[in-house]
Write a protein that binds this ligand. Sequence first.
Ligand code: NDP
Length: 245
Amino acid sequence: MSEVANKVVIITGASSGLGEETAKMLAHKGAKLVLGARREERLKALTDTINSEGGEAIYKTVDVTDKAQVQALADTALEHFGRIDVLVNNAGLMPLAPLDELKIDEWDQMIDVNIKGVMYGVAAVLPSMRKQKAGHIINLSSVAGHVVFPGATVYCATKFAVKAISEGIRQESNGEVRATNISPGAVSTELTDHISHKDSKEMADDLYQDAIGSDSIARAITFAIEQPSEVDVNEMIIRPTKQEL
Ligand code: NDP
């Protein structure tokens, strides 16, 4: 059995893209999955597919900007499976636009989902991981958490924050809780669909012509989880070979 088999894994943002692909991959390796996002139909379809193919998954709708809902997601995992081994803090959004556009509602949304949502996830799982003296928190940062791009200031700020949070979890882990920061480059998902600023959308569509598949990130997440417990994969940057920055 691999180190993935029977681990209880919560994935936020499991209704599409990286979260969905990771759920499928971990299910094939025998993980017990607790899937969260806002779109119930998508979660239900994914859960049904996984369970019909011999995997084990449940879902709960969650808006990660609501800390009570994030706690309820973790509580569902504990009630159903008795423990939480891994949290994949994956829910996020990237409505790019230059600062001059003053899209302050989108700034708020990115801060609420990409930073506060990640912290609510940490708060929801850390107590039970402390009790177990084991656990693993995997955060989705980005290349934009390492490099600042014009037109992506707030998104970059949120992803730099995620990188800092991952490193903080590592430093405060007491040698018990593993922390992995995953930083993808352009990956083909629904992420760019929500860019409301026309020029930024065109720029992103251009960059994403060389985007790689979600399976590349699902494999990285799987790799981090399947290491033995004394091995903590802290940082991975995964870009398309053709991506410059
Ligand atoms: P998608 O848009 O395909 O998926 C985003 C997921 O986040 C969806 O499942 C969405 O579900 C969920 N989500 C958004 N807002 C909320 C919310 N308020 N509460 C709960 N769930 C929410 O994009 P990706 O799969 O690409 O994105 C996954 C992560 O990877 C993000 O953090 C993103 O920043 C990061 N990333 C992606 C890259 C890429 O090129 N694709 C590059 C670098 C990082 P729903 O709408 O159903 O709630």
